[in-house]
Write a protein that binds this ligand. Structure first.
Ligand code: FAD
Length: 152
């Protein structure tokens, strides 16, 4: 029977990335998946995902500079261009404080951003928000992917 240094169960993004890095480090690695790839029954599966720097939780925000580098590495090493840069709006009702947290981590981690009041938001994006909302616009300086997210 063939033996492996490590057996990883589940070929979603976490298992695939783990197995990929183990193999790169010279470990003989077996990655097991219960469904035929490319199946659609896991969280990682589907046509698109958001990659963003603006998070309510600091630990996610803090991971993103490294995550962006790793995704860029995947794009370069695979030779497949799969990331598309867009703007990113974080929108929440002020009373929920989501954007205030996003702002706090953007400031702490020195992520470029700007705050829009409802008038400039409406003018720029053709939306209809009032001052109940607090908006964060992530001006991306990298060539990586972001997308619109609404915390309402
Ligand atoms: C609808 C949706 C949208 C999302 N959108 C985003 C987004 O835009 N941006 C973002 O950053 N995150 C997003 N997430 C979260 C992100 O997709 C997940 O955090 C991430 O994909 C989890 O990866 P995973 O490898 O842990 O799990 P999964 O992708 O679920 O992979 C687990 C794999 O393990 C396999 N498996 C399980 N048990 C066994 C077993 N016993 N034997 C063999 N194989 C097994 C499963 O079949 C599956 O393929 C989204 C999640 C969902 C559900």
């Amino acid at each position: 029977m063939e033996e492996f240094d490590v057996i990883v169960v589940g070929a979603g993004i976490i298992g695939s990335w783990t197995a990929y890095n183990l193999a790169k480090r010279g470990r003989s690695t077996l990655l097991l998946e219960q469904f035929p790839l490319l199946h659609t029954r896991g969280s990682s599966h589907g046509h698109s995902r958001i990659l963003r720097k603006s998070y309510v939780d600091e630990h996610y925000a803090a991971m993103m500079p490294e995550a962006y580098k790793l995704w860029k590495h995947m794009e370069t090493s695979s030779g497949i261009s799969f990331m598309k840069t867009t703007g990113h709006l974080s929108i929440s009702k002020v009373k929920y404080g989501h954007v205030a947290k996003v702002r706090r981590w953007c400031e702490k981690l020195k992520i470029p951003h700007s705050t829009l009041d409802s008038e400039s938001l409406n003018t720029r994006f053709g939306l209809k928000f009032n001052d109940e909302y607090d908006v964060r616009n992530n001006a991306q300086t990298t060539d990586l992917n972001t997308c619109e997210v609404f915390y309402i």
